[in-house]
Design a protein around this ligand. Sequence first.
Ligand code: ADP
Length: 600
Amino acid sequence: MQYTGVMIRRPKRLTWRKLKIAIGAGLVLASLTIVWLTGLASLRITLAEAETRAAANLAVQTAVLERLLDKFRLLSPLLARGPEIARLVHEERTDAEPGIAAIAAGMSGAEEIWLMDASGRVIVSSQDSVPANAIGGSQTIPNAFMQATQGQLGRELIPGTPGTPSNYVFASPLRRGDNFLGVLAVRVNLDDVEQAWALSKDPILALDGRNRVVVSNVPALRGMTADNLDPSWNVADLSLAGRMQLLLPAAGAARPYMQLTASLPVLEWKVRTLVDIEDARQQSGWAMLVALLVCVIAAGGIWFLIARREDFVREERRNRAAALRLERRVQSRTAELRRANTHLEREVGERQQAEANLRQTQAELVQAAKLATLGRMSAALSHEYNQPLAAIRSDAEIAEMLIDRGRAVEAKGNLTRIGGMVQRMGEIAKTLKGFTRKSGTDIKPVSLRQVIDEAMLLLQPQIKQSGFALSMELPQEDIIVKGGRIRLEQVVINLLSNALDAVQSRPAPFISLSLARDGKEAVLEVADNGPGIDEEVLPQIFDPFFTTKDVGAGLGLGLSIAYKIVHDFSGSLKASNRAGGGAVFTMRLPVADENILAAE
Ligand code: ADP
């Protein structure tokens, strides 16, 4: 099996991490550059200052040397011209008169003045005794002696050693007329210059034409060649590269010096000073340190801002993500709600439809119930009327037949029965009429005791026939209600006759009638120990024409009429079953206001 794979490469993106590394590196680089440039600039400034100072110092110190030599340059020709000196040499009275030379030397400040004869022998010296190893004579200053014999101003340097300072000699010819008598030489000790230079803290060297240190405020250097100085006199290279090295000195490197040179053209000498630039270097070091600190602070600040920005960006990204999530949730919730709404709308539609169906079914049921009621009513009425009608017809036929046969007296009994039946039919019609009568026409205070008494009176024959006594429970005080006496009597009669019907087949029949007052209501109860009422028929018991009795035995109007009468008088009628068996009917009527009764 062979697999082919496609590699998906994400586009290269400069990640924040990489960017941070780049920024960090940039900051470090920039800081180093700034520190470096600061060091260089500071070094340049401090070196320039040192150079200016040293140049001024060098000019002053060079002038000291120049002035000294200038001063003595003129002294030897001046003294040589004096007649005294020439005579002295000519007469060779050297032993007698060394004083002039001494006076001249003392007055001018020259180290020594010599008078030499033509052969170059020192005949007079300003110093009292000429020591055996004393310098002097043409051997000491051959060049100057030669130049003087040739009539020029002779010059000669007597180089010093680390122990002895250098001397400079000016020599002039002594003449008398055209005769060359000898040479007058003035020796100047350059120690004076060195003493003047000693005030300067930087080393100063005077170099002769052969680059030899002739005069210096550092005696150890005397006699050395300039190229060959002590390595501790490290003359710094002040080019850019050299300056960079100065900023980063190697461990154990010698102190750096800056070299400044001025020339003395007359003598072909050079005066050089070596300026210690360690201070300048240190100062630059401090400047670099300060710059480094500033850079560190600035870079820290920039880094902090970058970090803050990163936090901010992260926070913003988080917020955006949260907002997106929220939006998605809202969208999904909205969709859910929309779905639920549609569902509800559908359900409402279905319910409305069901309600409409129910209403229609109810209407149909009502219609069916009406038709059933009508059917029951027709059956009951036709039976109630057909039975007496049939009896009337047969009685009428019998009466007719009896009269035809001349037995009119016998026919009388039939006619009397016919009359009774007609009366019964009239009573049925009266009952129906009572059912349709409008309510509230003749309402007045009625004594319930009176109603009960009269109903009992009317029912007396039936009660007697049943052969048992009614249990009566009546209050001491009569209860007055508002209503129609006859109609209330009809209610009581209906309830009692139903109870009589119910207990008919019982071995120990029992009927009780009670009247009581419950607050503002009069309560009349008729209870029996008959079969009671079936729970299923209980809701329909007050319906017109509802009966459980046989056809002809009941019209099913008694309770419905009673219900209607009680409701017309703002009361209530309820049927229920007793716990011990049998039914109980409870009639409640509001008690008539006593004030109204008084008024009436
Ligand atoms: P009728 O007496 O003509 O049947 P009613 O309206 O007076 O009409 O009564 C309706 C039905 O109520 C009766 O058929 C009977 O079934 C029931 N009923 C009324 N009173 C009682 C009672 N005390 N005990 C049991 N059933 C009763």
